[in-house]
Ligand binder design. Structure first.
Ligand code: E4P
Length: 218
């Protein structure tokens, strides 16, 4: 499974990119608002830090407006993936943009039929929002499984499942077990994946015993 980070915080992205484990970045209008800087400037900086797809979301809701914005966003860098909402106009824009060879991330997916439509529209990524479904008492992970089953039934659908709205390490693990292609993870959750108290305890014990040997490897 590939890892994207779900943030527009350039310094966090820089730190994570340095691990070599970052395959891409997703942003959305709320994350851009949080960054408090002009979108074009932030997104351009992110694209310089990460080689993989960087999702930048359109704000227009009509087909022509989405296309105009998408083309402007695509000028920022080669690795821009245009993010469009899962609406009829968004699907039409997805079909047009993917026909032009652009990467498209169809966002705000909350059921399997929506994902099927995005697959048919030639989306590069479909973003099912796990956490937001969990929030309203629907098992978000079940949706990941449904989409995996549907996409695996049809060779002509090449859309990657980008598990989004991830809130915990458990979401990451379960999405990987089900076979999501990508998880876009908030920085704190991504950093938390490495943690286990027994790892820390074991390392402390090994280091204490090593000290007692009086040896040095170098
Ligand atoms: C995905 O691309 C979205 O930016 C994101 O995962 C939304 O997550 P949230 O529900 O935590 O806002």
């Amino acid at each position: 499974m590939k890892f994207f980070v779900d943030t527009a915080d350039v310094s966090e992205i820089g730190d994570l990119a340095a691990t070599g484990l970052l395959d891409g970045v997703t942003t959305n209008p709320s994350l851009i608002m949080k960054a408090g800087r002009p979108m074009a400037e932030v997104v351009a900086e992110i694209c310089r830090l990460v080689d993989g797809p960087v999702s930048a979301e359109v704000a227009a809701t009509d087909f022509d407006g989405m296309l105009a914005e998408a083309r402007k966003l695509a000028e920022i860098a080669e690795n821009i993936a245009i993010k469009v909402p899962l609406t009829w106009d968004g699907l039409k824009a997805c079909r047009t943009l993917s026909g032009e060879g652009r990467m498209v991330n169809v966002t705000l997916c909350f059921n399997a039929n929506q994902a099927l439509l995005a697959g048919r529209a030639g989306a590069t990524f479909i973003s099912p929002f796990i956490g937001r479904l969990d929030d309203i008492g629907i098992d978000g992970m079940e949706l990941i499984g449904e989409i995996r089953t549907i996409y695996d039934n049809y060779d002509h659908i090449e859309t990657q499942i980008l598990a989004a709205s991830i809130r915990s390490p458990n979401h990451v693990k379960t999405a990987a077990m089900i076979g999501a292609d990508v998880a876009t993870v908030p920085p704190a959750v991504l950093k938390g994946l490495v943690k286990h108290p027994l790892t820390d305890k074991g390392l402390d014990a090994f280091l204490a015993d090593w000290k007692k040997t009086g040896q040095s490897i170098l």
